[in-house]
Write a protein that binds this ligand. Structure first.
Ligand code: SF4
Length: 407
């Protein structure tokens, strides 16, 4: 989501005559787009904001902008703590970020140009829904991003069409919960079908999904529409019904398992990835074992595992955080080890298979491409391959990537 917002900001600012620089010391404005989802993300951002004081000493005209969820949550504190920060743009004002930056930082040399010309890139990100209504008990997102708001589907189709006209071959639809997209009569399944009808667009991906909102319609569209890639990121978080209830996730493990079954039956080539939180308040060894067993049973293609950290203002932050950091680390490493073992087994079976890939970029004669299921595939090739779809015979497999030869 943040990458998409940064990308959009870059596009709009470029129409006003601004351009990206490789070296921060050449910049007139530095924009830090921040994330609040975990304590670690905020610590990283704080450390980076701290470093901007040094940039400013070297270039006193430099303007520092902090935007995103952390700006929403801690804007005043950031301003107070760091003299270097000139402008704070909260997550709820991200749509107007470019204008705010132009007015505050570039006002003397801005070249106003109404043309909204997106750069040519093979994979583009499009936010279709902002905010979230789910209020999972551990999550800060609804507080900093606000309630769910689906964006006008016709504007989304126009935006996607323009991106395709400018060279995009794949579009990734984004939202905290894309499944609950609803604009008038258009729900997420219908939106997918409409976007799939855009000529010259080859692939559509989407994330992220909430198990409670994943319905048969969406699964059927994934099966029927070849442009929709067979990959779903479906956060499970825990397999203990007690913990799922405390997390306010609104589904049971049995329901989750049922969805996995439907997905694998209806879309046989599907790749399924997930998120897991370990060490949530009141997570006993038995709850943790349930989650670990679910990882073994479901055999995800990949997963992200997080150690629970309380986010101030959330319901969970008022619960007793009884699992020690040591124990969280232990559970984290067990899940990661198990998941890596499963991933290796899954990718090993891909050796000798032929994968249809889309070439995204090239570096030193090696093309970085992506298979339909989402895995990165590296293959020798030339610039002419970029933006094209072709078959690759897989020779070597690593946990997160595959290597092969063009067939
Ligand atoms: S669905 Fe839950 S975890 Fe995801 S953004 Fe909304 S509140 Fe946070």
């Amino acid at each position: 989501m943040n990458m998409c917002d940064s990308d959009m900001l870059d596009s709009v600012l470029s129409t006003y005559g601004a351009s990206k620089v490789d070296n921060l010391l050449d910049a007139d404005v530095v924009v830090l787009n921040t994330c609040s989802v975990r304590a670690q993300s905020e610590q990283k951002a704080f450390s980076y904001i701290g470093r901007t004081e040094e940039f400013k000493r070297q270039n006193p005209d430099l303007k520092i902008v902090v935007m995103g969820c952390m700006a929403e949550r801690l804007g005043c504190r950031i301003k107070k703590r760091f003299n270097s920060v000139d402008l704070i743009i909260s997550a709820k004002n991200i749509d107007n970020a470019a204008l705010k930056i132009i007015n505050s930082c570039f006002i003397n040399n801005a070249v106003k140009n109404e043309r909204f010309d997106l750069k040519s890139e093979i994979v583009r990100y499009v936010t279709i829904i902002r905010g979230c209504n789910n209020y999972c008990s551990y999550c800060i997102v609804p507080f900093v991003r606000g309630n769910e708001k689906s964006l006008d589907y016709q504007s989304l189709i126009n935006e996607c069409s323009l991106m395709v006209k400018n060279g995009a071959r794949e579009i990734m639809l984004l939202g905290q919960n894309v499944n609950s997209y609803q604009y008038g009569d258009v729900n997420f399944s219908l939106l997918l079908k409409k976007i799939a009808s855009i000529k010259n667009l080859d692939r559509i991906r989407f994330m992220t999904n909430h198990p409670k909102d994943l319905d048969d319609n969406l699964i059927n569209v994934m099966a029927a529409e070849p442009k929709v890639c067979p990959h779903i990121h479906l956060p499970m978080q825990s397999a203990s019904n007690k913990i799922l209830k405390t997390m306010n996730r609104k589904y049971t493990y049995e329901h989750y398992l049922d969805l996995i079954g439907k997905l694998r039956t209806t879309v046989p080539e599907i790749s399924i990835t997930t998120d897991i939180i370990v060490g949530f308040p009141e997570e006993t060894e038995k709850d943790f074992e349930d989650t670990l067993n679910a990882v073994r049973t479901i055999r995800f293609d990949g997963l992200y595992v997080f150690k629970y950290s309380p986010r101030h203002g959330t319901v969970a932050s008022k619960m007793a955080d009884i699992v020690t950091l040591e124990e969280k680390k232990r559970r984290h490493s067990i899940v990661l080890k198990e998941s890596n073992k499963i991933s290796v087994e899954i990718v090993s079976k891909m050796i000798g298979s032929v994968q249809k890939v889309l070439a995204e970029k090239i570096n030193n004669g090696v093309i970085e491409s992506r298979a339909r299921g989402g895995r990165k595939v590296f293959v020798k090739g030339s610039k002419d391959h970029i933006g094209k779809i072709f078959n690759v015979s897989i020779k070597t497999a690593k946990i997160n990537s595959l290597l092969g030869d063009i067939v």
